[in-house]
Ligand binder design. Structure first.
Ligand code: ADP
Ligand code: ZN
Ligand code: ZN
Length: 719
């Protein structure tokens, strides 16, 4: 019998073997198939064709693809991910597939059309026979839509018989039908590029002259022209008939960036991000896979886009946390991209003004080549940074000069919490160990971890006292305080509450750029990728949160955030200023930031990490567990630690050590109790060997089925 191994979407560490239908051809590796699994039918991917003598195999229900949905290149990347992240291949492959293809639909996207009324159609609306009401309604809608016409989707909403009606109208030449290539932005490449600075030219030459695998870290201050370097490199890639993959954090995928690519490059651009519908994403993916897109611009999961002519990968803002998936298959898109480049033997470029210490560690070890862009281009100088108690006068001066001010609220741990002056009651979430934050407009208390919300109480639930006050500095409070202080200023707030309305974020940013706003109050969301040429003053409220934190990465995050936000000031000809509000103006970290010395900060921080045996001088794996019953998670981890001891000895080289299991810093979340167990290692190979054996033992533990548990390789979030 001809049999195949199928990777199914289930937490299994092995592919399952099925018999292929004797009447049809054996499916190719990478093809999607429907297979029976227990009492369901699931969509899996063929992992290998094998010969097996097992008699009682189940048969594949349906082969969906004649060519691989997962191309051989992506298959290799996914297999590596499955090994490296110790995650089921079937689940990795589901992540690599566009959502649309996780259903039993054909591989190529259905064709889509746009319909426009012809002149003849426009002249004939009134002469259609009165009996043809539906035709008339559709034709009228088309005429009203003018030269833009209607999408197939819009036409389908007009009548249930749209296919039939449209066909008839077309037969009478009343309408014209054009196939739409959605998601493909034609690039114009008309704009004349600026002359490169010496540092940029050196970077472009060094990287562009590399034909085989190498990882470059472009370490350049904000405004030093990193994006310009990417544009040159991508133009060169396209000119040589290859495809370029540009990955950015969700937050910096802005229309401005697309516009810059459009003006400068030629060819076709496909954009892949989470804001698209499944259908749109699939179409963009298809263009890339067919080799029809020259540049693919996307966020995290776009790292799995099949690109037959791939010539270079660029990761902008490589330090950004959003490249790491924090649920399920916890991969880091940057690290996957580096592996992909290595397998494909092409160069990869990581860029940042504030590189992650992991990447700097790889530079130190000679694995990555560092390229520095130390200066801002042209006239723009780095802003002057002051460590102060928030300066009211500085804001007033800017407003008087009709310049813009950006007030950055570092909200981590500083959301406004309601508390009672009489008995010091705090608004806690009943399902998590978290404070609920106050949302004044909606008069609600909301938990940012589990989403619970309750109406804001008017009296203290504990003592009945009436003096309830907000504590902490949320964006809303800062906005209110500024409005009170500067009643004539036009203020906008940018945070996740505002941004959840689709399109509103970009609309707000456009108002800022048009000069219709005087003060922008915002969170992380304003700190990246957006160019506000008229902002000359940036104020940072409450910078201190990151100075004292349990997470060993907190100082790195704080520095990255402050440097990024400071980079928003004075990007045009006017000099910018930054005011950082702190209770600790003598903290060495802040003083280095004042000098824009991220690299100095990083060097000092690396020394501390080396001494404490933390990444990049050690490798971490976190075993996370959560349970409904209070002690199960911790007990499971305690058992897991015991089960790990013999494997530790078997690895026998002392390179791996198990810490004690502990409750997570936020123990209760959404009603579940969470605990974690940290594994530290000095050598990666030993770590992976250990984890593989250890997980197999963990699966056999009595509590393994009662507790939700998962392994997180290279964890970035320890909370
Ligand atoms: P980064 O990505 O490092 O923040 P950008 O590439 O966006 O920097 O460059 C910052 C600004 O300087 C942009 O407005 C860009 O158009 C301009 N710029 C970049 N390189 C040059 C150059 N060689 N000559 C003149 N202007 C440049
Ligand atoms: Zn009280
Ligand atoms: Zn909660």
């Amino acid at each position: 019998v001809s049999t195949v191994q199928v990777a199914v979407p289930a937490p299994l560490r092995y592919a399952l073997v099925y018999r292929s239908d004797p009447d049809s051809q054996t499916p190719v590796v990478g093809a999607r198939v429907l297979v029976p699994l227990r009492n369901r039918t699931v969509l899996g991917v063929v992992a290998a064709a094998t010969a097996s003598a097992q008699p009682k195999l189940k048969t594949i229900a349906q082969v969906l693809d004649t060519e691989p949905a997962i191309t051989p290149e992506i298959f290799r990347v996914a297999s590596w991910c499955s090994d490296y992240y110790h995650h089921a291949l079937g689940e990795v492959l589901q992540t690599a597939l566009p959502g649309y293809l996780r259903r039993a639909v054909p591989l190529p996207p259905p064709r889509e059309f746009r319909y426009r009324a012809t002149d003849r159609g426009a002249r004939s609306v009134d002469s259609l026979p009165t009996g043809a009401t539906v035709q008339r309604r559709v034709l009228e809608a088309l005429v009203n839509a003018g030269s833009d016409g209607l999408s197939g989707e819009a036409a389908r909403q007009l009548t249930t018989r749209s296919a039939d009606v449209l066909r008839r109208l077309e037969a009478r030449e009343f309408l014209q039908r054009d196939e739409v290539p959605i998601n493909c932005v034609p690039l114009e490449g008309r704009e004349h590029p600026p002359e490169l600075t010496a540092a940029q030219a050196e970077a472009v030459e060094g990287i562009g002259g590399t034909a085989s695998y190498a990882t470059f870290l472009v370490n350049g201050v904000t405004g030093s022209g990193k994006t310009e370097v990417y544009l040159r490199l991508l133009a060169d890639v396209v000119e040589h008939g290859r495809q370029g993959l540009l990955l950015v954090p969700e937050i910096s995928l802005t229309p401005q960036l697309i516009e810059r690519l459009r003006r400068r490059l030629s060819g076709r651009l496909a954009v892949l991000h989470s804001g698209l519908t499944d259908r749109e994403r699939h179409r963009a993916w298809w263009l890339a896979r067919q080799g029809d897109a020259d540049i693919v611009l996307g966020t995290r999961s776009a790292v799995f886009t099949p690109l037959p002519r791939l010539g270079m990968i660029i990761i902008d803002e490589e330090h950004d946390l959003s490249f790491k998936q924090q649920e399920g298959f916890r991969y880091h898109a940057r690290d996957v991209a580096v592996k992909r480049a290595q397998l494909k033997n092409i160069p990869i470029v990581l860029g940042s003004a504030t590189p992650s210490l992991e990447s700097l560690g790889n530079v130190e070890r000679g694995r990555y080549q560092e390229v520095r862009l130390p200066d801002r281009t042209g006239e723009a100088s780095l802003p002057t940074v002051h460590l102060v108690d928030l300066g009211r006068d500085a804001i007033r001066t800017r407003l008087g000069r009709r310049e813009q001010v950006l007030v950055f609220v570092n909200r981590r741990g500083f959301a406004p919490v309601l508390y009672c002056v009489d008995c010091s009651w705090h608004s806690g979430c009943h399902r998590c160990d978290a404070r609920m934050t106050l949302h004044r407009r909606s008069r609600q208390l909301r938990c940012h971890y589990c989403g619970s919300s309750i109406a804001m109480p008017s009296r203290c639930p504990q003592c009945g006292g009436e003096d309830l006050r907000p504590l902490g500095e949320g964006t809303q409070r800062v906005e209110e305080a500024l409005a009170h202080q500067f009643p004539d200023a036009r203020i906008v707030r940018v945070d996740s509450d505002v941004a959840s309305g689709k399109g509103r974020l970009e609309e707000t940013f456009q108002r800022v750029r048009r000069g219709e706003v005087d003060i922008v109050v915002g969170t992380q969301m304003v700190s990246k990728g957006h160019d506000f040429p008229d902002v000359t003053l940036v104020c940072v409220v409450n910078a201190d949160g990151g100075l004292f934190s349990l997470d060993f990465r907190a100082p790195e995050r704080l520095s990255q955030q402050l440097i990024q936000v400071a980079g928003r000031a004075g990007r045009a000809e006017r000099h910018g200023e930054v005011m950082i509000q702190t209770l600790f103006p003598a903290a060495p970290q802040l003083i280095r930031l004042q000098r824009h010395d991220y690299n100095g900060f990083a060097a000092e921080e690396m020394r501390e990490r080396r001494e404490a045996h933390y990444p990049p001088y050690a490798y971490l794996v976190l075993l996370r567990a959560e349970s409904v019953r209070a002690d199960d998670a911790l007990r499971f981890l305690t058992d897991a630690a015991v089960a790990g001891k013999p494997h530790l000895e078997a690895c026998a080289d002392g390179a791996v050590s198990l810490m004690d299991p502990v409750p997570s810093p936020m123990e209760r979340r959404a009603g579940r109790y969470r605990a974690q167990l940290l594994v530290k290692a000095t050598r990666r190979e030993s770590l992976h060997r250990f984890v593989r054996d250890w997980l197999a033992s963990c699966e056999r533990l009595p509590l393994a089925r009662r507790v939700r548990w998962a392994i997180d390789v290279d964890p970035t979030d320890m909370v």
